[in-house]
Design a protein around this ligand. Sequence first.
Ligand code: ASP
Length: 321
Amino acid sequence: MKTRRKFIKESLTLAAASQLPLNLNATNMEKTIEPVVISTWRHGLPANEASWKILDIGGKAIDAVEAGVRVVESDPNTRSVGLGGLPDRDGNVTLDACIMDETSNAGAVCFLQNIENPISVARLVMDKTPHVMLAGEGAFRFAIESGFKKTNLLTEASKKDWKKWTETSDYKPVINIENHDTIGLLALDKNGDLSGACTTSGLAYKMHGRVGDSPIIGAGLFVDNETGAATATGMGELVMKTIGSFLVVELMRQGATPQEACEEAVMRIVKKLDYKDLQVGYLALNKKGEIGAYAVHPGFNYALMKQAENKMYDAISYVKS
Ligand code: ASP
């Protein structure tokens, strides 16, 4: 019969032996992982570049996704994100954003006004508070207390378009036109970790107080570091009703490729909801660096950067033309 001491000694030796090859594998894997960054729409190109600078030198995916989307938030010529975003029907630019890291930690802000980089406020909600989401005035106060500057986000160009819109006040979001251009960005770093960020001024001329899918963890963005990450753009109401990004990641967890997962998530919309005049697009990225992209209607495109090459691609779609 084994003595207790002998039993413990043998177990420890076995455990040590079984861990050795694993560690070696992990080290080998680290050496071969190629970073990948993928993001929605054409403004994804400069966002990817900013993310790549961090990924390329071995930085963390969470820092890369934040740095990437900040570029788009601060660009006044992007009329659907951050500074210069088109306002709600009362002329207020209200912003939604969320961020999620490889430890399943997440932060979000919604209905935030007068702050240029909501993604960085979302990051601070994640890093410095016991909460996941802050809204409206509370989010603004937290931002100011954290050192962010109050900024008027309604540029002359956006004000002019909004004034023109008030002449008819006809609320009819147009597929793929600028009121549909959230930036959702996903990254895989050299360590093999995934993170994502999503930020928007939401639908142009929405009702005051309307919040879309983009700041909702599971809807506009979801990351599961064991499996993959996903993000959404388009009519947030459809994404929220189907918990789109969570669905894409969950399907990947069950064995779907990123492409299959995006297609199935779009099919949920097509089967259950009125999608005729509404666009939704999904992007997915898995642990192996494989990507997926699919939309309800044609016209959704995305920027993909890998091996230092940054290019635009057209996503395929359920509706063919
Ligand atoms: N998903 C965003 C929202 O519904 C808008 C967009 O992506 O265009 O607020």
